[in-house]
Ligand binder design. Structure first.
Ligand SMILES: Cc1cc2nc3c(=O)[nH]c(=O)nc-3n(C[C@H](O)[C@H](O)[C@H](O)COP(=O)(O)O)c2cc1C
Length: 311
């Protein structure tokens, strides 16, 4: 059984140290361990070319047009049973590199897209996406901040797991933690997160979330989009629509049971989303091939060209 820890922090900083704390626990529990310092890798931003989703839905396999270290990172991730991510908090959320990695996971690594892509490739007799992309994995996140500005980090970290449908075991935040390696209570909590991850990795099928319950009873998120006019609250993570209720000073999120089937972290929800995208892509492609569309686009192209620094 293998545990991989990935640090998004600076070299030999707090995030590196907490990854190593988890790996020490994992090694003591008999796991094989591996450490990655994400800034060592060349990870390019997703350009939005949609080659990945197009190739999957056309049964042409799992592809990305970018040539960098992301495939190597994917291989390390899918070689592990459990993954621990330690992420510095930047501007109340995950640092940019973590968001770039999250973008590179979706839609290419979306579980629903890979289920569809595998079926389509089999029907066409083409090479199927890596079968590991359809397997379960357990994952834990820790966000480390230098202050108490941290209200968006857990939702951002959990979004990374939502794409491949990895099971989240812990998702915790440490505020005012620039010197976390000197704070024994926080180190003890990180070690507990490590133990929880190893135990979960030993029995992935029965692994359960061990973190704080959060507000959304389905995905544990605390972040909501409030639509005043429609009078509804939408969970920013799983997309379930319902209402925020306050009773005896306690806040809760209530929603109709059928919303679960639409949740973005379920296969049924992912298939609905894929159907919607397929329909809209078809419409968009038809409109883009018209003269009227081409004329409008030509007007924008002719108007101005982007300024660039001289190289
Ligand atoms: C650009 C930038 C933005 C930051 N924003 C926040 C923030 O919003 N909230 C917070 O708690 N810490 C913030 N910090 C502090 C970092 O979270 C902290 O320096 C980091 O956890 C250090 O990790 P490392 O030692 O592993 O590099 C910010 C730091 C930088 C450089």
């Amino acid at each position: 059984m293998k545990i991989l820890a990935i640090s998004l922090g600076s070299r030999d900083g707090s995030n590196d140290a907490m990854c190593k704390e988890v790996l020490m626990v994992a090694q003591d529990m008999g796991a094989e361990v591996e450490f990655i310092h994400a800034m060592d890798l060349d990870i390019k931003h997703c350009t939005g070319c949609v080659a990945c989703s197009r190739s999957l839905v056309m049964g042409n396999g799992n592809r990305c047009a970018l040539k960098d270290d992301f495939n190597w990172l994917l291989d390390r991730c899918y070689d592990a049973d459990g993954i621990f991510w330690s992420v510095p908090i930047f501007e109340k959320t995950a640092c940019g590199l973590f968001h770039t990695i999250t973008d590179r996971f979706g839609p290419r690594m979306d579980r629903g897209m890979n289920v569809i892509g595998t079926k389509m490739a089999q029907e066409k007799g083409n090479p199927v996406p890596d079968p590991r992309f359809l397997t379960d994995k357990v994952v834990s996140y820790v966000g480390i901040g230098g202050s108490d500005w941290a209200t968006r980090i857990q939702c951002s970290m959990a979004m990374q797991a939502l794409t491949p449908m990895w099971k989240i075991i812990d998702n915790d935040v440490f505020s005012w933690s620039k010197t976390i390696i000197m704070e024994d209570d926080k180190i003890a909590r990180v070690r507990e997160i490590g133990r929880n991850l190893v135990e979960a990795a030993r029995d992935i099928e029965h692994a359960q979330y061990k973190g704080e319950p959060g507000v959304c009873p389905h995905c544990h998120s605390r972040n909501f989009y409030l639509d005043q006019d429609a009078g509804k609250a939408i969970c920013c993570l799983c997309g379930i629509e319902g209402a925020i209720k306050v009773e005896d000073g306690k806040l809760s999120f209530v929603f109709p049971e059928e919303q679960i089937a639409h949740a973005h972290d379920t296969l049924s929800g992912k298939f609905m989303h894929a159907d919607d995208i397929r329909e809209n892509e078809g419409r968009a492609m038809a409109i883009k091939s018209t003269d009227a569309y081409k004329q409008r686009m030509a007007r924008y192209k002719a108007f101005i060209t982007p300024s660039r620094p001289e190289k």
